[in-house]
Every structure is written in C-alpha cells, then in structure tokens.
Design a protein around this ligand. Structure first.
Ligand code: ADP
Ligand code: MG
Length: 451
C-alpha cells in the first residue's frame, strides 16, 4: 500500500494541506489492496492487524468473533477503524472495494461510540434503500448482541402513521433518507445527543441525481444542534464530481481514503460479454445457461433496466416453466422484504432485480450476476453508468469469493456502452464466442473458478 498526497491544483485541491500518513501493511486480501490512505494533521494513526488492537470493548469483541465469526480485520477495517474510534473523532470519507467489509467499519464505529448508559439516539446510519437499511441493521444487531445497545429501523412502514409513533428512544437508528428526514422534521427523532452520522453508499447519497438535497438537509440540521457529530461517508465509488463535493460537506480537518478507478474491479470476479441477436436470444441465454448451470455455481442476480423489463423477463421465463422471483420498487413493502428474505435464506435461486439491489446487497452465495440490460444514465440511454456497473458486478465475489458476470449485448449501442465501461475501468471484458454454445459457457464458468 502506498500513501499518496492528492495532486496540487487538482479539483481536490481542498485537500492540499493533508499530509500522507500511515502505510501499515495489514491484511493481504486482493480485494482491498491499493487503498490510498491520506490522513490529515499529525494524529499518529496506526493500522491495527487484529481486532484486539482496536481497543474494542470485550462485549464487541465477543460479537465480532462469536456472532460474526471474523478472524481478523480486512484492510479497510484495519486502516479506517483507528481513525474512526480514536479522538479527535475526525470525519472520514472512505472508499474501498465492493465486498471488502465497509459495513463492519461503520458498525463497529457506531457501537463503540455509543454510550450504553445514555438512553438517547446517538448514532444514525442512512442508506439509499430499505433493503440496505434492514441488512445493515441486522449486521449491527448481530455484532452488537452483547453490548445491550438498542437500535431501530427507520424505513417506511405502511401501517404506522407518523403522528402515532412514540418518539424514538433507540441508541442507534439505521434507515432510509426519507424516513429519517420525516422523523426529524416531525420532531420524533432528536439529534441533541448524536455523536456519529454515517452515510452508506455515500456517493449516491450526495449525487445530484441521487439524494443530495435530502442528505444535506439532514447534515445541516444535525450540525446546527450537534456541531461535534462525527460524519462517516462510505462507498466503493466516488466519481470526481461527488468526490469534490463530499470534501465540502465534512469538516475541513477530515480523513480520506480513496482508490483509483482502474484498481476498483475485483480480480476474483470474471467479466464476460455475450453478443445476442435479439431479445428472444437474451431470454434463451437466461433459460438455457443461467438456469442450467446457475444452480451448480450458487445464486444469481439478473439486473434489468426498468420495472417493466423486470416484469417482461419474469413473465417470459414463467411462460417457459422457469421459476424465479423479481424485486423492484413498485412492489408492496412487505413483498419486497419477503422476496429478499427468501433469497437470503437460499429458498430462491435466481432473482431478477432493477438497480434497487445494485448497491450494498450482501449475499455470499451470489456467484453470478447477469446484466440483462447494461446500466445506463437515467437521462441518456446511450451513456453508461459506470458506478452502477461496478456496484452491480460487486454483488458477486463478496469478501474474496469467486464470481462471474455476463453482460448480454444486443446491437451496436450495447457494444459501444460496454467498451466505454471497459475503458473507464481499464479492464478487458472477455467475449463468450457463441451465445448458443453450452461449451463456451462452461469454459467461461470454469475459467472463473466456478465449475
Ligand atoms: P462492503 O465493503 O461491500 O460494504 P460488506 O461490509 O457488506 O462489504 O462485507 C462483505 C462480506 O464480508 C460480508 O458478508 C461480511 O460479513 C464479510 N466480512 C466483513 N469483514 C470481514 C472480516 N473481517 N472477516 C471475514 N468476513 C468479513
Ligand atoms: Mg456496503
């Protein structure tokens, strides 16, 4: 790992005063190598190589070992946790690879900083989707099992009108932006004792075409009352625009960890492209290859562009006698929760999803990702959304597991979009020569280490 200062006069010149620091050689997992640590000021951070070195409470250590069954910190955990847990509790912008264990960084951060004796909301974690909020809360409850710290999930619930809610007493609140914002604006959620505010998938939360307005509302309102609240921004992606912006929303004197985009793709996840002549052929590839071999290699997520294409693919497969489930934002909340739970419990093998699950969704058994439609910008269907691409393919290969991605390309525009994605990340996506060939697919899966 090399520590590098940011280039002077680059768009990030706000960071010019930051001194590079801390190059602990901790952890050697490929998926989180090449993290550039740039810490500010002269605080002597050292990276921890064991959870013991992080000075976690015995209750938390027990949660990490007994409940989570972790042995040692991943690299991002080893580097970021000393920054998060030690005074002066500086704000942190942290980028690390998909599946490298960012949730543990901020979960241990929240659980360590909460005073168990103070029965008031002290830590918030804000997420882009209800699915991610629920998942993060499950991790926090498991990891914090022996701490006695209370928590609450802030996601929309159809059956509880806000005015009928009692004030929130839980010490940690994990939820979606909309719900947290409405709890705050209706004064159901107080921020007077807030010590730590986390944004998961922070680049999306602060992007112009994401949730920037709402995120800023929350940050500003919190800062007015709890000016010393520590802000943690985590994601696998930070494009240049968001990167520049994030540095303005945190304290000047913050820490940051960034990775070059060319180093973000996971080596353990093999990427393929398959040219198909028409939509019928796309359905055939899913039917004959994914359903045929998918089961042997783990679970599969098939990403589609719209709710409508999700419904169409689901119907085509059902007509052919193939069972799968589909998740998208138009479903009822209880149905979304049920579909995710069934998939997490391994009761379903193939899940069709819009970009609802593109970010953060963690299921170690997912080894195959299919881009049935390539990810494109909302306002320009010929421009790739490279960040979403990286997040989608990061649903496979969690924490070093092997995985494969098949991009189904239909026509020239798709090929043009694919090559833009390849050059953006500096990766070569291997072509599967013939969409009709079973042997070609087998060879691809074998080469990905899945067969
Ligand atoms: P991301 O960085 O994408 O947010 P997650 O936090 O979801 O990644 O972690 C990915 C997976 O790795 C999870 O299933 C998590 O339980 C596992 N994991 C995280 N940290 C460790 C660790 N130190 N040892 C073993 N597994 C870990
Ligand atoms: Mg995550």
């Amino acid at each position: 790992m090399v520590a590098k200062p940011l280039k002077p006069n680059s768009p990030s010149s706000l960071f010019e005063s930051k001194q590079p620091h801390g190059t602990g050689r901790i952890g050697s997992r490929r998926q989180d190598s090449n993290i550039k640590a740039v810490t500010s000021g002269d605080t002597p951070y050292t990276s921890a190589s064991t959870f013991e070195e992080l000075n976690l409470s015995p209750e938390l250590l027990k949660g990490v070992y007994v409940e989570m069954k972790f042995e040692k910190p991943s690299k991002i955990q080893a580097i970021s946790l000393p920054m998060i847990l030690n005074p002066p509790f500086k704000d942190l912008i942290a980028q690390a690879h998909n599946g490298s264990g960012k949730t543990t960084c901020f979960t241990l951060g929240m659980l360590s900083r909460v005073d168990p004796k103070l029965k008031a909301p002290q830590a918030f974690c804000i997420c882009p989707t209800r699915e991610l909020a629920i998942q993060n809360l499950e991790v926090l409850r498991k990891m914090g099992k022996y701490t006695g710290i209370t928590s609450e999930c802030g996601v929309p619930m159809d059956h509880i009108p806000i005015h009928q809610r009692p004030p929130i007493m839980a010490q940690v609140v994990i939820g979606t932006l909309g719900t947290i914002k409405s709890w705050m604006s209706t004064k159901k959620l107080g921020v007077s004792f807030l010590k730590i505010l986390v944004f998961d998938e922070a680049d999306h939360m602060l992007a112009e075409d994401g949730f920037k307005g709402e995120s800023l509302y929350i940050m500003e309102n919190i800062k007015k009352i709890s000016s010393h609240c520590q802000v943690l921004l985590f994601s696998a992606t930070f494009n240049d625009v968001v990167k520049n912006f994030t540095s303005m929303v945190v304290n000047d004197d913050h820490n940051q960890l960034f990775i070059k985009k060319e180093e973000l793709s996971l080596e353990s996840v093999k990427q393929y492209k398959v040219n198909v002549p028409d939509e019928f052929a796309k359905v055939m590839v899913v039917k004959d290859r994914i359903f045929e071999f998918g089961e042997r290699v783990g679970q599969t997520i098939i990403f589609v562009r719209t709710r409508n294409s999700a419904t169409m693919l689901h119907r085509s497969l059902a007509d052919l006698g193939y069972d799968c489930t589909t998740i998208q934002g138009a479903l009822r909340q209880e149905d979304r929760d049920k579909i995710v739970k069934e998939f997490k419990d391994g009761l379903t093998q193939v899940l069709i999803s819009t970009d609802l699950l593109a970010r953060g969704f963690d299921q170690q058994q997912v080894n195959l990702v299919i881009n049935y439609d390539l990810p494109v910008k909302h306002d320009n269907r010929t421009a790739p959304d490279c960040e979403v691409y990286l997040h989608r393919i990061g649903r496979a290969g969690r924490f070093g597991c092997k995985g494969a991605v098949f991009n189904l390309l239909c026509g020239e525009t798709d090929n043009m979009i694919m090559s833009k994605i390849e050059s953006h990340f500096g990766t070569k996506v291997t072509e599967v020569p013939d969409w009709r060939s079973e042997d070609d697919f087998k060879a691809a899966l074998r080469s990905a280490g899945l067969l």
